[in-house]
Design a protein around this ligand. Structure first.
Ligand SMILES: *[C@@H]1O[C@H](CO)[C@@H](O)[C@H](O)[C@H]1NC(C)=O
Ligand SMILES: *[C@@H]1O[C@H](CO)[C@@H](O)[C@H](O)[C@H]1NC(C)=O
Length: 407
């Protein structure tokens, strides 16, 4: 009996220490989940998806620390997006009163044409509604490939061997791709799972000609992409985390309460510019931005801060996106006439190519003592005018070699 008391005391101490919501009073007495006179743990099911694991971990905390359920466990299950399978698991066998292996699933992906009522009627499972906006699986192909064959804009083409074979690779190309399957500087592959061979997954039925798909990490990167998404999440109460959308608009907490980012917003640049300019003793600067580029309002904030600290903001020039050919030269000449050597340029890749080519022609490059601040999100090969002129119908009158000279 004494031993029992001692154990009970210890458990209370441990639990009190490991509470997460320290500003919520501890719920006492605890709640227990009984079925048929048997005390059960509440079993939450998770898949390998990060979103699923996060939501489940938070829900577990809520059950334990806000509602006071003493025993909640998390059960790992593979998710093959098979609703029948998940519902059957949550329901348990219909013929006997057995406790199901899991009881709650917070993230079941449901196809738009699935009628959940059929499932909830047939099984002992309750549908508690949607927790996130509807998503869809999709194949995304680059525009130049979208018209390769008729019907190219539909997944069906991947199901037909003759059209799928358009995406089949030659041995030479395959070997080339193979060289990227390995993490650089290690002998590990990106895919170390048992279903991958030398870092590449090949389905068993795919031993003839199959489409080769290269997977990437999509995510809301640009402010333009984030804006509609972040706006909608307010209504679905879903968190969106961006690693590179820097527009300061999203700092409006009433408009985007669920938007978070892992980088700073661009209005914070002003402090960096100020400190850098002071350190280097630079006294005047100009800005060149694209009109209609929504996320450049930080330039005006920078202008205010720099001027308040005795640095002259010579000109804050905007140019129209649909500018006339050769007009860029005019804007640069204007900066040159005003004898400004430090230029903050915020514009998209196409305009940057045009601007830097004109800078080359007007001798306004680093070699002539000019300093350009360009966005960090430009494409890695943004300066490759030979490529963009040939493949994207641009006509920037500088060769890639000349552009390399500029940068
Ligand atoms: C989904 O799961 C059910 C029940 O486990 C199974 O009978 C069915 O074959 C599965 N469907 C697919 C497409 O794998
Ligand atoms: C491809 O796989 C199928 C089914 O597994 C098998 O019948 C066939 O012989 C295989 N073909 C080749 C070329 O390996």
């Amino acid at each position: 009996m004494q031993l029992y008391h001692l154990l009970a005391g210890l458990m209370v101490v441990i639990r009190a220490q490991s509470r997460c919501l320290t500003d919520t009073p501890e719920v006492n007495p605890k709640r227990y989940f009984y079925s048929d006179g048997q005390m059960l743990d509440l079993r939450l099911e998770v898949s390998g998806r990060v979103t699923h694991r996060l939501a489940t971990a938070v829900f577990k905390l809520f059950l334990q620390e806000v509602l006071g359920y003493s025993s909640v466990t998390i059960v790992e299950e593979d998710d093959h997006f098979n609703i029948t399978h998940i519902v059957q698991r949550l329901s348990g066998p219909l013929t006997s009163l057995t406790v199901p292996s899991s009881m709650v699933n917070l993230e079941v992906w449901i196809a738009p044409d699935t009628n959940l009522i059929e499932f909830t009627n047939a099984y002992q499972v309750k549908d508690c509604g949607a927790v996130a906006p509807a998503g869809r699986f999709g194949w995304f192909v680059p525009l130049p490939l979208a018209y390769l064959v008729p019907g190219m804009d539909h997944w069906r083409i991947f199901a037909d061997e003759s059209t799928a074979s358009l995406f089949s690779m030659s041995d030479r190309d395959f070997n080339y791709v193979q060289s990227f399957a390995r993490l650089s500087a290690t002998d590990k592959f990106y895919c170390e799972e048992s279903f991958c061979t030398t870092g590449i997954f090949t389905p068993t039925h795919c031993n003839t000609s199959c489409a080769v798909l290269l997977a990437g990490h999509p995510g809301p990167a640009c402010s333009d992409t984030v804006e509609p998404l972040a706006g909608v999440t307010k209504h679905f109460r879903t968190v969106v985390i961006s690693y590179s959308a820097e527009g300061s608009t999203f700092s409006d907490r009433s408009k985007y309460p669920y938007f978070f980012r892992t980088i700073g917003e661009n209005t914070q640049y002003k402090f960096v510019y100020l400190q850098l300019f002071q350190k280097l003793g630079w006294e005047q600067v100009a800005a060149l931005t694209e009109d209609g580029h929504k996320y450049t309002e930080y330039i005006s904030h920078t202008q205010d801060l720099l001027q308040a600290n005795g640095i002259t903001f010579v000109v804050n020039r905007k140019f129209p996106r649909d500018r006339e050919k050769a007009s860029m030269s005019k804007y640069l000449q204007e900066l040159k006439n005003k004898k400004v050597h430090i230029i903050i340029g915020d514009m998209f890749d196409v305009a940057v190519r045009d601007v830097m080519c004109q800078a080359y022609n007007l001798k306004m490059t680093a070699q002539e003592g000019y300093v350009w601040f360009l966005p960090q999100w430009l494409a890695p090969n943004w300066y490759d005018t030979d490529y963009y002129n040939a493949h994207h119908l641009e006509n920037v009158m500088c060769s890639t070699t000349q552009m390399i000279d500029v940068s």
